[in-house]
Ligand binder design. Structure first.
Ligand code: KIV
Ligand code: NA
Length: 265
C-alpha cells in the first residue's frame, strides 16, 4: 500500500481527484474502512454520540479519544488517520492546546489532529502547527458549539456568517492547515470556499463543489435509523440486517437448533 499523506491529499486536489473520508472509532471497523481504500479515517468526537450514546460531542474526553484513536491506528495500512481534539482540550489556552495535540500524536500514533473554529483559535493552531503536527480545520456547523448555535440547521446562510467563514478558510490555509472540513453550509458557498484556497475542502452537507466528502460510518451504513438529515446517503441498511441476524440467533437458541451436530465438539 502507498500510504496517504497530508501532501498526497493536497496533490489530489491539484489533480482533481476527490478525497473519500469516513469516521471510525475501533479496530475492526477501521480495518474494513482502510481495506476498502478510503483515503482518510477520522477518529471523530462523534464517537461521543455513536459509541457512547451522548446527545452531543461535548462530554467525550481526551483520554477517551486517545483510546479510540489507538484502536484505529492499529488497523491501518494505507489511510491517513486524523483525530479530533475534543471539547475542552484546546479552547482554554494555546499551551494546553499543544499539550493535547502532542498527547494524541504520542499516545495514539495518529497522523494529524482536527480542531473546530477559525480566528478564535488562531494562536492554538499556530502553536500546534509550529510543533510539526498537521492540522485539519473544521468550519461551518461545528458541533462543539451547538449550545451557542442552539440548532443543528444549516450555517452561514446570512451574509455576515458567510463572510466570516470565507475569511476563516483563508486564515486556516495561510496558517498551514492541510485541509478543512466544511459542515452543513450552502453548496454555493462551499464551492466558492473550495475554489478560493489550494488546500482540500472536505464537505459534509456542503454540496458537490468541494474536494472530498466525509460521513459518519454508522450513518452511511444505516445503523442509526433515527438520524435522517438531507445530506446523508445510506450505502447499507445494517440496522435491518443486524436486527435480522440477532433475531435469527435468538430464535435458534430458544428453539435449540443452534448449535447443530456439526457445530460442537
Ligand atoms: O466527529 C465527526 O464525525 C466529524 C465529522 C462529521 C466531520 O467531525
Ligand atoms: Na468532530
Amino acid at each position: 500500500y502507498k500510504r496517504v499523506t497530508t501532501k498526497s491529499l493536497v496533490d489530489m486536489k491539484k489533480n482533481g481527484e476527490n478525497i473519500a473520508m469516513l469516521t471510525a472509532y475501533d479496530y475492526s471497523m477501521a480495518k474494513i474502512v482502510d481495506g476498502a481504500g478510503i483515503d482518510v479515517i477520522l477518529v471523530g468526537d462523534s464517537a461521543s454520540n455513536v459509541m457512547a450514546g451522548h446527545e452531543t460531542t461535548l462530554p467525550i474526553t481526551l483520554d477517551q479519544m486517545i483510546y479510540h484513536a489507538t484502536s484505529v491506528v492499529r488497523a491501518i495500512n494505507r489511510a491517513l488517520v486524523v483525530v479530533d481534539l475534543p471539547f475542552g482540550s484546546y479552547q482554554s489556552d494555546p499551551k494546553e492546546a499543544l499539550r493535547s495535540a502532542i498527547r494524541i500524536m504520542k499516545e495514539s500514533g495518529g497522523h494529524a489532529v482536527k480542531l473546530e473554529g477559525g480566528k478564535e483559535i488562531k494562536e492554538s493552531l499556530k502553536r500546534i502547527l509550529h510543533a510539526g503536527i498537521p492540522v485539519m480545520g473544521h468550519l461551518g456547523l461545528t458541533p462543539q458549539s451547538i449550545y451557542k448555535f442552539g440548532t443543528y440547521t444549516v450555517r452561514a446562510k446570512e451574509e455576515a456568517e458567510a463572510e466570516k467563514l470565507k475569511s476563516d478558510a483563508l486564515l486556516l490555509e495561510r496558517l498551514g492547515c492541510f485541509a478543512i472540513v466544511l459542515e452543513k453550509v450552502p453548496a454555493k458557498l462551499a464551492k466558492e470556499v473550495a475554489e478560493s484556497i489550494s488546500i482540500p475542502v472536505i464537505g459534509i452537507g456542503a454540496g458537490n463543489g468541494v474536494d472530498g466528502q466525509v460521513l459518519v460510518v454508522h450513518d452511511m451504513l444505516g445503523m442509526t435509523h433515527e438520524f435522517n438529515p438531507r445530506f446523508l446517503r445510506r450505502y447499507a441498511d445494517l440496522h435491518t440486517e443486524m436486527t435480522k441476524a440477532f433475531e435469527g440467533y435468538r430464535d435458534d437458541v430458544k428453539s435449540k437448533s443452534f448449535p447443530s451436530d456439526d457445530e460442537q465438539y
